[in-house]
Design a protein around this ligand. Structure first.
Ligand code: ADP
Length: 380
């Protein structure tokens, strides 16, 4: 049970690297918050300041309303799980999990009870006598989690805990950690560079770049309404398509996005237009008329189904199929359209093959526009 408040938190490392600038974040009790962003964006530094493993250069950290800046790590009631499980190789699973409690002089029977309880939650009961080297990566990571659970901390901090595991195990452990969070009813703060982990695990996601928070929200809001091009491109796989375009307005006050040009490399020399639907006509659009903008569209909003193409009013373009990837439940088409690379996520029944020129429809209701210079969202 814990709420956290990060107020204007800042970290300047010696040598003057400003790793984290002015981070403001309120975390609710029992929330699962994921800090995500590319390597070096300041996620670990933020987590380590919460844990007390790094000093806070500026700003304040509160846990349950109490200022923590000067409280020793061991007195913060926090448990941290790392990427490299840091288990003691010569100790059994039981002893690894019991170690912290022994140091704290917790009575023996209480230690046994807590370890057994944690082992049960993590499905490790049958492995308590094993040594780490006789265990799989996933089992070792569960022991590391167990070591954190036995302390019944107020807050769990997890720093890329699944990075050392193979893809299949990672997917499995994602579900296990989510389940664990529900069982324990504790606040979790989880750091990862993997957008899939963030999207599937977080109640809320904090997207970071260059030491700044870009946006904090639920996975769905971030996916549908990113505040800028970075967030739009970071979340989602395959990532959102970005196309250089112009915004135009005709004599009937209709707005169009126009892209492609005479000199486009596919030599087709065409210009395509997408009529902006009513729902996208935000007041700000007027000032972008005849200016360059960045058009964003997610792969699943690029359609090749005949039924879609037959009824679409706008946004139909010709595209050359360069590569197709059959994923089983879906197919990715890598297309070239008026000089732009576009990825489409389509039904496995798609008949498109490399070398074909096909028609695809860019769904006008699903387009995003970004300011070319600031990269801020104009409309989602
Ligand atoms: P992330 O976890 O997002 O990969 P980090 O928080 O580890 O990023 O690092 C943020 C920035 O701070 C990076 O530029 C990194 O090189 C720098 N940094 C991290 N740790 C130290 C340190 N101990 N001393 C100096 N610079 C550091």
């Amino acid at each position: 049970m814990a709420t956290l408040q990060l107020k204007n938190l800042k970290k300047v490392y010696e040598g003057k690297t400003e790793a984290v600038h002015d981070v403001n974040l309120d975390i609710e009790d029992n929330e699962f918050v994921v800090l995500v962003g590319p390597s070096g964006c300041g996620k670990s530094t933020t987590l380590r300041m919460i844990a007390g493993l790094e000093t806070i250069s500026c700003g304040e950290l509160y846990i349950d309303g109490q200022l923590m800046n000067y409280v020793e790590p061991k007195d913060r009631d926090i448990a941290m799980v790392f990427q490299n499980y840091a288990l003691y190789p010569h100790m059994t699973v039981f002893d690894n999990m019991a170690f912290g409690l022994k140091l704290r002089k917790v009575p023996k029977d209480e230690i046994a009870r807590k370890v057994e309880e944690a082992a049960k939650i993590l499905d490790l009961s049958h492995l308590l006598d094993r040594k780490p080297k006789a265990m799989s990566g996933g089992q070792r990571q569960r022991v590391a989690l167990g070591r954190a659970i036995v302390r019944s901390p107020k807050v769990f901090l997890l720093d890329e805990p699944l990075s050392n595991l193979d893809a299949k195990l990672r997917a499995q452990m994602r579900t296990e950690i989510s389940k664990l969070h529900k069982k324990l009813g504790t606040t979790f703060i989880y750091v990862t560079h993997d957008q899939t982990e963030a999207m599937t695990m977080g109640d809320r996601i904090v997207v970071m770049k260059d030491g700044f928070i870009q946006q904090v929200d639920t996975p769905q809001v971030l996916y549908e309404s990113p505040v800028n091009k970075f967030v739009a491109g970071f979340l989602g796989s395959p990532q959102m398509n970005f196309i250089d375009a112009y915004l135009r307005k005709d004599e009937y006050n209709r707005y169009y996005v126009e892209f492609g040009s005479e000199d486009s490399k596919d030599a087709r020399g065409v210009k395509y237009t997408i009529l902006m639907p009513e729902s996208k006509l935000v007041p700000d659009l007027a000032k972008y008329v005849d200016r360059e903008v960045c058009l964003g569209i997610r792969p699943e909003s690029v359609h090749d189904e005949p039924a879609y193409l037959a009824t679409a009013q706008t946004g139909i373009v010709d595209a050359d199929v360069e590569i197709t990837e059959m994923m089983g439940a879906e197919t990715y088409l890598y297309l070239k359209c008026a000089g732009n690379s576009i990825t489409a996520r389509v039904q496995p029944s798609s008949t498109a093959r490399p070398g074909d020129t096909i028609k695809v429809g860019l769904d006008p209701n699903r387009i995003h526009l970004f300011d070319k210079e600031t990269e801020r969202t104009i409309v989602n």
